[in-house]
Design a protein around this ligand. Sequence first.
Ligand SMILES: [Ca+2]
Length: 317
Amino acid sequence: MVVLRGFSPQASRPTHPYPVAVACRVGPILVAWVTMNALRLRWAVALAMLAGLGAGCQTSSAPGSQDAGAPPAVAATAAGGATPAGAASVRVTLAPVAGGFTKPLAVTNAGDGTGDRYVVEQAGTVRVIRQGALDPRPFLTLTNLVRSTGNEQGLLGLTFHPDFKRNGLLFVNYTDARGNTVIARYTAPGDRRTADPGSAKTVLAFDQPFLNHNGGMLLFGPDSKLWIGTGDGGGGGDPQANSQNAGVLLGKLLRVDVDVPDGPYGIPPDNPFVRSGTARQEVWGTGLRNPWRYSFDRATGDLWVADVGQNSWEEVT
Ligand SMILES: [Ca+2]
């Protein structure tokens, strides 16, 4: 995990060098309230738990992935085995909220004040928990577009426009029938209770050289820009050296502006590579392997990134 301070377009400076070993399997528990005393550890562990729910922590058949599942427990340890400051006071409570899902890998809300929670199923369905009960009617079904045969493929990310209540816009990230990445915008018309599968507008699409490391996270930052996490393309050990190559979209955090009148997105003028002659201007951060989940700290704006490790460690850096 990498912590990026203040989301300014400067080189990141890791400030919390302690890995967090977390549950990679939480059994039937899908949605859990995580209550801890330390604000930042709360986010770190919550993020890492989501990472564990998804492809990054599953035992993978993909080449180069040896991210075997860990026991269903949460603990925090520092590099070298020491306990990080504050970890002793961490308390975690898990409670089942809803069940009956198939390969759920993300849960989010629309920021619309309803309290509804949206659950992403890997095969391509978005379900909704309304007032504590699972709505039998899917919010969005994309199973006809999504390929999820690979362990790390599928409908991998969902986020709602900050002004969703007014404009009904949401964004998804999935691997298509050919295994390539598609980021698309959909609209939930009217009462917003379902999204229209015919409303798709492709925002960004790019090829995937291997089945694994497809990233998939989407999130609007406090800057109202869309942050897109991309894996290094896969294969194990980044054989194409994509992650450090700012000229490609793989192995990156991307930052784009979807609130533009022309085209699917614009480039924020303060992106770090806008004046580079060789880098992709969408790129905000390089050197990532498979940033499966990330979140902005609501108190500080810090960006926490869970970047799936190669073999031995899932890290907080
Ligand atoms: Ca891939």
